[in-house]
Design a protein around this ligand. Sequence first.
Ligand code: SAM
Length: 275
Amino acid sequence: MPGVLYVVAVPIGNLEDITLRARRILGEVDLVACEDTRHTGRLYELLGLARRPMISVHDHNEAERVPGLIQRLEAGESVALVSDAGTPAISDPGFRVVRAVIEAGHTVVPVPGPSAAVTALCAAGLPTDRFRFVGFPPQRKRRAWLEALRRADETLVLYVSPHQLAEFLVEAAEVFGADRPAVVARELTKKFEEFRRAPLGTLAADPGVVRGEVVLLVAGAPPEEAPHGDELEAVVKSLLDEGLPPAKAAREAAKRTGASRDEAYRLAVGLRGAE
Ligand code: SAM
């Protein structure tokens, strides 16, 4: 019998969030691949489960662990992959193991449960129809990273370490604008769970308690104001009438109206062709 890799989500704070299925599978597997064997050992104790054999799989040894795990699966063993909290492979180790197991032709079975990103999103009160999970902001070139997200029109979901929250909110307010709605979701599912819902500028001015675990959500960019349409066409036309070639007319019209150059150029070429 070929083995199976179960990707098992565990609570992010509240033990009651373990699913019945996750608990059963954790109790049955031949091996548990976890970030920290002591931490996961404690989870077994809290769940009242008899401990299973465990090996550590963390950021620094994930690739090295793959061949051994595949051998165990080939021998027909079942393996549970778990993180310290939440869903494995989501801003946690696991992706490399999952990919390698798939490539080796074994079955990967998700055992869903909590993840801080979705837990925060579902109660934040920001649009949920589309969202972009961007994980932890990078330590370097953070400004450019934020700039690249500025026009994203879906709700952004970020993991921010508590000691960087205050500084990060200031930067985010500068790049996204102080008025952009945002939510700081702290200590989800725990005793001091808190949602602070306010514009980024307000949150930056008062980030609140800077302890505990935090998910930051930022509303997507509002639709671009549309100065285009008729106004753009009128400006392009008058510039063409002044004798400017289409490329120059487009550049100047884009500058005056805030429309994109491409859009202005398409219009200029169309108007010239229609003459
Ligand atoms: N794999 C996990 C998941 O599925 O949510 C995420 C692991 S990541 C290393 C840890 C980050 O998740 C924390 O820094 C925090 O941003 C977020 N997080 C985890 N638990 C949380 C909680 N109870 N409340 C708020 N944020 C939490």
